[in-house]
Design a protein around this ligand. Structure first.
Ligand SMILES: [Zn+2]
Length: 76
């Protein structure tokens, strides 16, 4: 199992997520961002909008960066 932070996935805080796959951590991160937005957190809203507004090649580059960070993340 690996551990990543919200920040490592393009978010604004140091919340930590664990998972056995990049997809699992991505889902937890997504749920966390949605929960923060629902609480009215502007920083998470801005991060989500940045991803939503990214061009396809920008989004692809972001996902590759996050995937690489996942690959480099420590086993926990
Ligand atoms: Zn966060």
């Amino acid at each position: 199992m690996k551990k990543m932070t919200c920040r490592a996935l393009g978010g604004p805080c140091d919340a930590e997520f664990t998972g056995d796959s990049f997809q699992e951590i991505g889902e937890k991160s997504h749920n966390h961002v949605m929960a923060e937005i629902n609480k009215g957190d502007a920083a998470h809203r801005a991060a989500a909008e940045k991803m939503r507004n990214a061009a396809p090649d920008e989004l692809k580059a972001m996902m590759e960066t996050f995937q690489r960070r996942y690959d480099d993340a420590p086993e926990v």
